[in-house]
Design a protein around this ligand. Structure first.
Ligand SMILES: Cc1cc2nc3c(=O)[nH]c(=O)nc-3n(C[C@H](O)[C@H](O)[C@H](O)COP(=O)(O)OP(=O)(O)OC[C@H]3O[C@@H](n4cnc5c(N)ncnc54)[C@H](O)[C@@H]3O)c2cc1C
Length: 261
């Protein structure tokens, strides 16, 4: 048994091609928008969200659409209005990818219930053989010596059984077909505990992120997934402060200023 901590790594974020945007804006007369915005490494997410919103009303500047006589020039105000008016579909263009490492199958099983706006690639325990069993214990469990002794004993026994089965099935012997390894590895995973730490690549757009951060840090949500989505929330405040700055965090629960955008 190996004690682990759930980790969240943000591995991919939007990357706007400003040359292409510029050519498009030259055609529709909206070049002044590009002059107004910042273009630092961390600005692409918010710029893409604003771009998506402005394309709807041709609101790059007043007068391009005769119905638009004034515009919000401040990006923070513009994006807050998107949240306030629940125009969240424009946020679906802006996606982030996270490696969730050393998270249990308890957490991943709950996470995959969120379908809208996500992409998931999860470590396959049909293919990846178990040897040691990585496992997360919350602090309160670690402070209980008898619980820890019994839990470690049980996990060690399961590890030994995994090793015994691999020997028994001769999985590492010369010439064993991959299909046979796969079939037996899949059988063996049935004896793995649901708390086994594993990993996945999880991609979600900002609309989904806002919903899932609120949902999965709520006081009634499960302890580990609350921990994971608290970390996701902290990352997103840095990535897109105008789109995640409306949350207040109370005892680990992320409560948005604007719900269900
Ligand atoms: C504290 C807690 C306890 C839970 N307990 C249980 C439980 O005991 N048993 C259980 O089975 N599940 C449970 N769940 C899971 C829950 O029922 C949802 O399946 C999960 O939270 C996914 O959220 P979502 O439905 O908002 O889906 P998402 O895919 O995150 O969708 C986001 C939003 O898009 C819209 N949407 C998505 N799909 C559709 C659709 N097909 N039709 C119409 N609108 C759609 C909805 O507005 C939805 O809220 C629990 C969740 C939490 C947070």
């Amino acid at each position: 048994m190996r004690a682990v901590e759930p980790e969240v790594r943000l591995v991919a974020r939007p990357d706007v091609d400003y040359a292409e945007v510029s050519e498009y804006l030259a055609e529709v007369g909206g070049e002044s928008w590009l002059e107004r915005i910042d273009r630092g490494d961390l600005d692409d997410a918010q710029n893409l969200a604003e771009f998506a919103g402005r394309i709807c009303y041709r609101s790059w500047e007043p007068g391009l659409n005769p119905n638009v006589t004034r515009i919000r020039t401040d990006q923070d105000q513009y994006l807050k209005n998107i949240l306030a008016s629940a125009h969240g579909s424009v946020l679906e263009h802006v996606s982030f990818s996270f490696v969730l490492h050393n998270v249990s199958r308890v957490a991943t099983h709950e996470l995959v219930r969120h379908r809208a706006g996500t992409a998931i690639s999860q470590e396959s325990l049909r293919f990846v053989r178990l040897d040691d069993l990585p496992f997360w214990f919350p602090d309160w469990a670690r402070e209980d010596p008898e619980l820890m002794a019994r839990a470690s004993g049980l996990l060690t026994q399961i590890e030994e059984f995994q090793g015994w089965m691999a020997d028994h099935f001769g999985l590492d012997e010369e010439g064993v077909k991959f299909a046979e390894k796969k079939a037996k590895t899949s059988f063996m995973r049935r004896f793995a505990p649901e708390g086994l730490a594993t990993g996945l690549l999880w991609t979600a757009n900002i609309r989904t992120l806002r919903h899932v951060i609120e949902n999965r840090t709520a006081p009634g949500a499960e302890e580990e997934i609350r921990l994971i989505f608290g970390k996701v929330g902290e990352l997103m405040v840095k990535e897109a402060p105008s789109l995640f700055g409306d949350y207040s965090v109370q005892d680990g629960a992320w409560v948005p200023g604007w719900r269900k955008v």
